[in-house]
Ligand binder design. Sequence first.
Ligand code: CAA
Length: 295
Amino acid sequence: RAKRPAGAPDKKLARPITKVGVIGAGLMASQFALLFVRRLKVPVVITDLDQARVDKGVAYIHDEIAALQTKSRISPDEANRLRALVTGTTDKSLFSDADWVIEAVFEELGVKQSVFAEIEAFISPDAILATNTSSLSVEQIGSKLKHPERLVGFHFFNPVAVMPLIEVVNTPQTNEVTLATAMVIAGKLRKNAVITRDAPGFVVNRVLAKLLGEAMHAVDTGTSFEVVEAAVAPFGLPMTPFELLELVGLTVGAHVLDTHHAAFPDRFFESDNLHKLAEHGKILERDGKGRRTGF
Ligand code: CAA
């Protein structure tokens, strides 16, 4: 009989998932909420601070379902079934029977800690909790929970529908049932899952922060955006560092660099320019046809 690799949980321990709760209805949360309905085919409840944010997330999911139908990836019946599985609400009591609750709210430790402390009062004692944090400590996020052993990191990449990886972040507190459930869910979502340590940036963002931080540092020390783009583009990356920063969002990108700089000041740069650009919302200017026209 094949032996499990070291660190891999026994998948037989995984809890069945009959309902998913998603906290946050922004860029990442609405993308993975769609993936949950599509691949797990269970009801998904999605919430945010107010109804306007919830409605925006649900509208994104409906648009993407319509796009899948237009591309003939799903039938009209399937599109109806998927839409019917999505509930947007500000009523947290709808989370009471969710087995898997995952958050992608603002990347701030205190915010995530209070979101989990609040939701723990509503959910079943057996529910598993997951955070999509990109570089905060998962153990610290769970430090206000009564049951931190049921929290795991479950880190998606943008665009969720396309990127093949999920980082499953195993804290010293995470128990085997939680880890096994996360791995089984990742498989059902048809993603490759790697189990990482709860270290700043896990694995992917640690590597990406080097690229993005060095690109911004070149700008911060006097090289133009155009020169950095032109110099890095020929290396076969699917996107230049600045396009990638725009894709992940400049506020999130600046946060990732700050977190790495705080953890390893001699190895990672922070960038004042990136914070300023985050207020503006973009780095690259484009004309109506989507071409870059300058900075
Ligand atoms: N949502 C859904 N599908 C999308 C999409 C989106 N936002 N963007 C692209 N796609 C799909 C397209 O529909 C298309 O699918 P089909 O071929 O089935 O129709 C496919 O992806 C390819 O798209 P395009 O041909 O338009 O574009 P492309 O070939 O240039 O690829 C890309 C686009 C996949 C985004 C590619 O540029 C890429 O891989 N970029 C790097 C992305 C990356 O590194 N992401 C990780 C960021 S880090 C992060 O997210 C985590 C964090 O913590 C900060």
